[in-house]
Design a protein around this ligand. Structure first.
Ligand SMILES: Cc1cc2nc3c(=O)[nH]c(=O)nc-3n(C[C@H](O)[C@H](O)[C@H](O)COP(=O)(O)O)c2cc1C
Length: 306
């Protein structure tokens, strides 16, 4: 069994990934949040700090790409290989954000089966490994099923599947019945992503999909960084003490890079997930999020975690 850290744009940058795996075990692989593909003349990947090899030494890391022009994928993969040595790439075909969908990227391209196939055909002709991360469809599962059918003949490394439609965003329950159908319709290796928030969730899915060997943890591991260890049945030890050390270390890593305003912004977003670890109610969370000064915010949050 392999456990992956899901790509979460704005959250799982290299500092997050590295600090997480210095403090918590159980995760085997990382996938980065998406980077935009471009034609070679327009690319300047040397400032893509998230992909610098020295920032990605702790776990095998797959760069994720987003776009809709076949040649741009080929150019970007070639340049990332020449510059950093990457040999495996993932395509984000699942992002449901309105501004992405409107530009026919992410999940917005799922209705265009021909274009999806053109990108995969071009990318799988390169010497690199190529994989796709997708949803069931944008508006209907028919879109995803049509794509699966087309992708059967290409040597994809794997397909990551999040069993929701794009129009659902991250709301409502995943559609596991339709996922059953997806599993029957592909010979590709599937990686499952979505709503694994506890070892019990993972166990239930493992029983239902015995052929799946790879599981991605996203919001669940934000809320409970011990999740991968728990799924593996590891002893998590002094949870409060371990989380506090991680929390302080992560703040110290983030501050030189994001400065006080940026760190405050990141931490406020993460506290929507961390609140469960601190056991605080809505009112206490609101009070914390109202604080506008990093020093006060950090001290107050430490008291809440103590
Ligand atoms: C804030 C946020 C950012 C995300 N960014 C990405 C991304 O960059 N690339 C991607 O493929 N999926 C992205 N996703 C989707 C996740 O990788 C994952 O598939 C989804 O959250 C379902 O899994 P979960 O319930 O374990 O979080 C994002 C999700 C969230 C909530």
């Amino acid at each position: 069994m392999n456990l992956w850290l899901a790509p979460l744009d704005g959250i799982t940058n290299y500092l997050f990934r590295n600090t997480l795996c210095r403090h918590f075990g159980g995760i085997d692989f990382f996938m980065t949040p998406f980077m935009p593909v471009q034609k070679r003349a327009k690319l300047n990947v040397t400032n893509w700090r998230d992909l610098w090899p020295k920032n990605n030494m702790l776990r095998p890391t797959t760069p994720q790409l987003m776009g809709n022009v076949p040649a741009h994928f080929v150019d970007t993969m070639q340049l990332l290989h020449e510059t950093y040595g990457y040999t495996s790439f993932n395509w984000n075909l699942g992002c449901p954000m309105a501004q992405v969908v409107r530009r026919r990227r992410g999940c917005g391209l799922m209705p265009d089966t021909d274009r999806v196939e053109e990108v995969v055909a071009a990318a799988t002709q390169t010497p690199f490994q190529f994989s796709v991360k997708m949803r069931l469809g944008l508006h209907s599962p028919e879109e995803g099923l049509r794509i699966l059918e087309r992708l059967e003949k290409y040597p994809l490394e794997y397909i990551v599947i999040h069993p929701r439609l794009g129009e659902q965003m991250y709301d409502g329950v995943p559609d596991w019945d339709t996922l059953d159908e997806f599993c029957r319709h592909t010979r590709h290796r599937l990686i499952y992503s979505g709503d694994i928030n506890s070892p019990a969730d993972h166990e239930r899915l493992r029983q239902r999909y015995p052929d799946i060997q790879d599981w991605m943890l996203g919001r669940g591991i934000l809320a409970d960084p011990f999740l991968a260890e728990e799924i593996r049945g590891m002893d998590t030890g002094d949870r409060k003490g371990r989380f506090l050390k991680y929390y302080q270390h992560f703040a110290a890593e983030l501050l030189p890079m994001r400065h006080e305003r940026g760190t405050l912004h990141n931490f406020k977003e993460l506290w929507h997930y961390w609140r469960h670890l601190a056991g605080i109610n809505d009112e206490q969370l609101k009070q914390l999020l109202r604080i506008d000064d990093w020093g006060t915010f950090f001290d107050t949050s430490l008291q809440m975690l103590a």
